[in-house]
Design a protein around this ligand. Structure first.
Ligand SMILES: [Fe+2]
Length: 304
């Protein structure tokens, strides 16, 4: 296919289309499908073929159903328009292409509207396990199949409610320093909750097993198995007070993971998170990681 061979490519860190959009300040973009190079499709093929058997073994059944329902292709990078045609009738969710990092409030507000900010670039085919930032494999093969499940989709929407509550709870604080301090703590609590559930969550599976539903696990060939099998990982029944105070380490496999009973259970927990926020119980969570970026805080303040 000469057209594909000549394509400039949409490789993480080397994607002129995306860099130009960023330079123009455009967050929401299109997926210029013809720009994927043959190497980009090869990266997807390899990643997909490698992880598929591990999904059968370690993924939750709702995810496996989602992979089928979306007809995720094994041989090429998916077109988001095709994915969305199958996804939207199921839960109303849509994958929405973005040029890069989406600041906190905007991200959660997208979830509230049942839109999932989705990266369109893919990692270098020769560096399969190196992921300096999310790519389309993480977002579409790791996250999007979960969005076919109604109960899980409702959890994401509930996160959006929490973000709106965070804006409301901090908008009236007159002292700028105190407003920033409180917002930082609340956003840190929300980020940790999201990290240990939507990104790295485990759940009870069939016949007393433990399975993965977190997308950071479902898109990582190495960590998916490690999370379920390794003696190095401590797995605990989820507890809200622990989640929001647990330092989230990002550069290596997670040593501590939390197990939910079901997505209904998770939905209840997000509701509890919001009640705790209203009661002021997120105002002083443990410091340290994750860092809360200036852009994240600003996104919450600008929404007020
Ligand atoms: Fe993610």
């Amino acid at each position: 296919m000469p057209q594909t061979l000549a394509a400039p490519g949409l490789t993480t860190g080397h994607a002129p289309f995306v860099e130009e959009a960023r330079n123009r300040g455009e967050l929401y973009i299109s997926q210029p499908y013809d720009q994927y190079s043959e190497e980009n499709h090869e990266a997807w093929r390899r990643l997909f073929a490698r992880i598929r058997p591990r999904w059968e073994q370690y993924a939750n059944p709702f995810f496996l159903r989602g992979v089928e329902a979306l007809h995720l292709p094994a041989d090429r990078i998916p077109r988001l328009s095709e994915i969305n045609r199958r996804l939207q009738p199921l839960t109303g969710f849509q994958a929405k292409p973005v040029s890069g990092y989406v600041p906190g409030f905007l991200f959660f507000d997208c979830l509230h509207r049942r839109e999932f900010p989705t990266t369109i670039t893919i990692r270098d085919k020769d560096r399969m396990d190196y992921l300096p930032e999310p790519d389309i494999f993480h977002d579409v093969a790791g996250h999007v199949p979960m969005h076919t499940d109604r109960a899980f989709a409702d959890v994401l929407v509930r996160f959006g409610d929490c973000a709106h509550t965070a804006v409301e709870m901090t908008a009236e604080i007159k002292d700028h320093g105190e407003r920033v301090r409180r917002l930082t703590s609340i956003v840190r609590a929300m980020s940790r909750f999201f990290w240990f559930t939507v990104e790295f969550g485990l759940m009870k599976g069939p016949k007393g097993s433990t399975v993965a539903y977190g997308s950071g696990l479902l898109s990582s060939y190495g960590e998916l198995q490690h999370a379920i099998e390794s003696d190095e990982v401590q797995r605990y029944p989820v507890q809200l007070e622990w989640l929001i105070n647990q330092v989230a380490e990002i550069d290596h496999y997670q040593p501590i993971l939390f197990v939910v009973e079901s997505f209904e259970h998770l939905f209840e927990l997000v509701g509890e998170l919001e009640r705790w926020m209203r009661a002021g119980k997120l105002n002083n969570v443990a410091p340290c990681l994750p860092e809360i970026a200036e852009a994240d805080l600003r996104s919450f303040m600008d929404a007020a």
